[in-house]
Design a protein around this ligand. Structure first.
Ligand SMILES: O=C(O)CCC(=O)C1=CC=C[C@@H](O)[C@@H]1C(=O)O
Ligand SMILES: [Mg+2]
Length: 371
């Protein structure tokens, strides 16, 4: 592959409103945009690390450091022919998956653009449109939560995911079921807020016919989660606990979950995401694409991976206007019809990155010459 130059641009874009989870809130998206140039084309990737190590151990600054000190030099020295080769090229570096994913994604986009095919096609995607769900943070009151659910259902979202934590679990879930009935596709995400001591509460959630409960127990656990799954009717879905195909294999072997949320950044990039997807498909385990409050570039990558056939549950791939007053891509990502987004068919991610908007939100930029 022809790779001539890499740039890292740090952007700060305010969210439309604060997003609250069991581990804290986000108001400002502070992230890195990676661009990789070669042969007159530019590929883009987005780092999904948060500014603080609250979702996982990575941060915007650790991603920048890993890219500068280790990953960009590896790209420079490995003369890869295909983006898939980066998984092996990066394998000597432990973890730091969001850093790996940010540049790997940009190289995949560049590859697809150089071949003049869509990123979805390059990844082996088959769907032309995808079903979209929405993730709702921990709200200030039950009334506010119900108001939001009502709005998102009216918009056509195909899955409602509600963040829960101890003392904000049965009450909000029951309120949604009482108000909107049993047919609403509803799930809860605990972001690791519980332990097996909370078994009684978690078992009570079985009453509400949830599609799944996401990451109920510790971010680094698959053993207790297997005990929990054996006691619950509701499927457990793992998010934070799965970083690799091997993690997925072990979790499924132990019975720790029945569904996996694949986040490209968490698993170190698109190549590993495809491997996990394919393995789950063989095992009859459904997957869906989680979100990390991405701006347009990350969102476009999520749409491309969701076009693979075993992404059978609506993902957290909401349109740009869920979080942004102004996205950095054109056209803005939007519903093609209620609750559906068309997978772009143009080259690469299929959205144009708007240079002047990147400039508007950029706080710093660095360039690296590769060849
Ligand atoms: O991008 C989205 O819409 C999903 C938002 C969301 O649920 C999450 C974003 C970032 C970290 C977590 O809180 C989380 C999740 O765990 O899935
Ligand atoms: Mg989650």
């Amino acid at each position: 592959m022809n790779i001539e130059r890499v740039s890292l641009t740090q952007l700060q874009i305010p969210l439309k409103s604060r997003f609250e989870t069991s581990f804290g809130g986000v108001e400002l998206k502070n992230f890195l945009l990676v661009s990789v140039e070669g042969g007159g084309k530019t590929g883009f990737g987005e780092s999904v690390a948060m500014p603080y190590p609250i979702y996982n151990e990575e941060t915007t600054e650790t991603v920048k450091y890993m890219l500068k000190e280790f990953l960009i030099p590896i790209v420079k020295n490995s003369a890869i022919q295909h983006p898939k080769e980066l998984l092996k090229a990066f394998s000597g570096i432990r973890r730091n998956n969001m850093a790996k994913s940010a540049i790997e994604g940009a190289v995949w986009d560049l590859y697809a653009k150089q071949k003049n095919i869509s990123l979805a096609q390059a990844l082996g995607g088959t769907k032309t449109e995808v079903e979209v769900g929405v993730s709702i943070g921990i709200e200030s009151s039950v009334d506010e939560l119900l108001r939001k659910v009502d709005q998102f259902l009216t918009d056509g979202y195909k899955k409602i995911k509600v963040k829960i934590k101890p003392d904000w679990d049965i009450v909000p879930i029951k309120a949604i079921r009482d108000h909107f009935g049993d047919q609403v596709p509803l799930m809860a995400d605990a972001n690791s807020a519980y332990t097996l001591k909370d078994l009684d509460i978690l078992k009570q959630l079985d009453e509400f016919n949830l599609m799944m409960i996401e990451q109920p127990l510790a971010h680094d656990d698959i053993v207790d989660q297997a005990i929990l799954q054996s006691q619950l009717v509701t499927p457990v879905c793992l998010d934070e606990s799965i970083h690799t195909l091997e993690d997925a294999r072990k979790a499924l072997q132990l019975g720790s979950c029945k569904i996996i949320n694949i986040k490209i950044g968490r698993v170190g990039g698109l190549t590993e995401a495809i491997r996990i997807h394919d393995y789950c498909s063989e095992q009859g385990i459904p997957v869906w694409c989680g979100g990390m409050l991405e701006a347009g570039v990350g969102r476009a990558h999520n749409l491309a991976i969701t076009s693979l056939s075993n992404f059978v549950i609506p993902g957290d791939t909401s349109p740009s206007n869920r979080y942004w007053s102004e996205d950095i891509v054109e056209p803005e990502i939007s519903f093609s019809k209620p609750g559906m987004i068309t997978v772009p068919s143009g080259p690469g991610i299929g959205y144009e990155v708007m240079e002047e908007r990147v400039r508007k939100y950029a706080v710093n930029e660095e360039e690296f010459v590769i060849a």
